[in-house]
Design a protein around this ligand. Structure first.
Ligand code: HEM
Length: 77
């Protein structure tokens, strides 16, 4: 899996997670129970996929991530 395709997968799965969270949030505010379980399933599975792709992306870019953290720590000293 290339870094580029992981970026696309992260953006796409995050977009579906956010989009499905809007009707879920409205239902939550109204204290209503979810009748459309497909919406809930899509939110949970795309949310899980997003977390997986995001962690993979961090792992593949670990040198950049570690370097950025090191730089942040150095600047604070
Ligand atoms: C942009 C980020 C996210 C937003 C704004 C968001 C928002 C929401 C909202 C509004 C609900 C409904 C709460 C309720 O009815 O009590 C919900 C439920 C849930 N979300 Fe998310 N969510 C996000 C990301 C994720 C991710 C990454 C996961 C990972 C798996 C996830 C898993 C779940 C689960 C398991 C539920 C409970 C479903 C149920 O049993 O009704 N969400 N989320």
């Amino acid at each position: 899996m290339t870094k580029q395709s992981l970026t696309v997968l992260c953006v796409a799965t995050f977009a579906v997670t956010v989009a499905t969270s809007i009707p879920l949030f409205v239902l939550y505010l109204r204290s209503e129970t979810i009748r459309n379980t497909v919406l809930q399933d899509l939110h949970v599975w795309f949310g899980t996929a997003f977390i997986t792709f995001a962690l993979l992306r961090i792992a593949l870019n670990r040198k950049f991530v570690a370097g950025t953290f090191r730089q942040l720590i150095r600047k604070k000293e």
